[in-house]
Write a new protein. Structure first.
Length: 289
């Protein structure tokens, strides 16, 4: 068997179609590449660390008291905000810290919540079980309300490979049930639900975008995010609620155009849509109303 060639001391250039914002438009220097893994540094983006800090062994932080700990964390937060204003850009943690600051100015209690955000079909396999996002919980009138300032400001368009600014007020004061379809907090308590979701349920459920909650459409409770079908058989999607004259369209991963979905009503007053022409065994099924 031939051994895989090492990529050490070589540059990796991201392809134009790379959608992941962590690697989009990047040039990465591979410092080490072996059977045990790989280590690289993105060289065309500013890094808030020196090379010495990058390569020095991890140190366990110890604080003399809770007061000192809070002071150090506060210092780090202010530095993140300062650089965000200086560079006129930021990521989810800066957005969340900024909302914290605004709430404090108005005497409101706010917390930054860390957890998982799923936004693409690739997230449904459940392999990305690491914290990749931050949002806020704000105490209003004695009740915790959820807000995601980052998503409210726009979205990442993979087609043009850039962030598109578009204000979406859906992500302010969103109901917990709707919010948790795409957000999963590291601390289960911040699901704000009497029946918290498990990780497996979270990752296996469909990705629902804000427009879904503005339509008179409700998928059946057991609907999965990935539909497994054969090439020959049609697939069925069930609904608990639909408008009187639904106009639903769908497409699979390889479809370039939308197809109109056929909708029928069952005896129990729920609905189902049976569709054909499947192009892949595992389908990324998108519904448009």
């Amino acid at each position: 068997m031939l051994e895989a060639a090492s990529l050490s001391n070589q540059l990796l250039i991201a392809m134009p179609g790379m959608a992941d914002p962590n690697f989009s438009s990047t040039v990465t220097l591979i410092c080490e590449h072996s059977d045990e893994g790989a280590l690289g540094i993105v060289i065309n983006r500013p890094l808030l660390l020196t090379l010495g800090e990058v390569f020095e062994p991890a140190k366990r932080l110890r604080y003399l008291s809770d007061y000192v700990k809070k002071q150090q964390i506060r210092k780090l937060e202010l530095e993140l905000l300062r650089k965000a204003f200086q560079n006129k850009r930021g990521v989810c943690i800066e957005f969340s810290l900024l909302l914290n600051e605004l709430c404090a100015q108005f005497g409101l209690q706010s917390k930054v919540i860390h957890g998982v955000l799923k936004t693409t079909i690739k997230d449904l396999d459940g392999k990305r079980q690491y914290k990749n996002h931050a949002w806020n919980a704000v105490l209003l009138g004695g009740k915790w309300e959820l807000m995601d300032v980052t998503l409210a400001s726009g979205y990442w368009n993979a087609g043009i490979n850039r962030f598109v600014r578009k204000f979406m007020d859906y992500y302010f004061l969103t109901s917990a049930d709707s919010f948790m379809t795409n957000h999963y907090p590291a601390n289960e308590a911040w699901q704000l639900s009497e029946e918290p979701l498990g990780l497996e349920t979270f990752f296996s459920s469909p990705i629902l975008y804000p427009q879904y909650f503005t339509k008179a459409v409700k998928l059946a409770g057991n609907t999965k995010g990935i539909i497994v079908v054969s090439r020959k058989n049609a697939f069925v999607v069930s609904f608990d609620e639909l408008p009187k004259r639904p106009a639903l369209y769908y497409r699979t991963e390889n479809d370039l155009v939308l197809k109109k979905a056929k909708v029928k009503r069952k005896k129990d007053k729920s609905y189902f849509s049976k569709n054909s022409n499947i192009t892949r065994d595992v389908s990324n099924y998108s519904i448009y109303n």
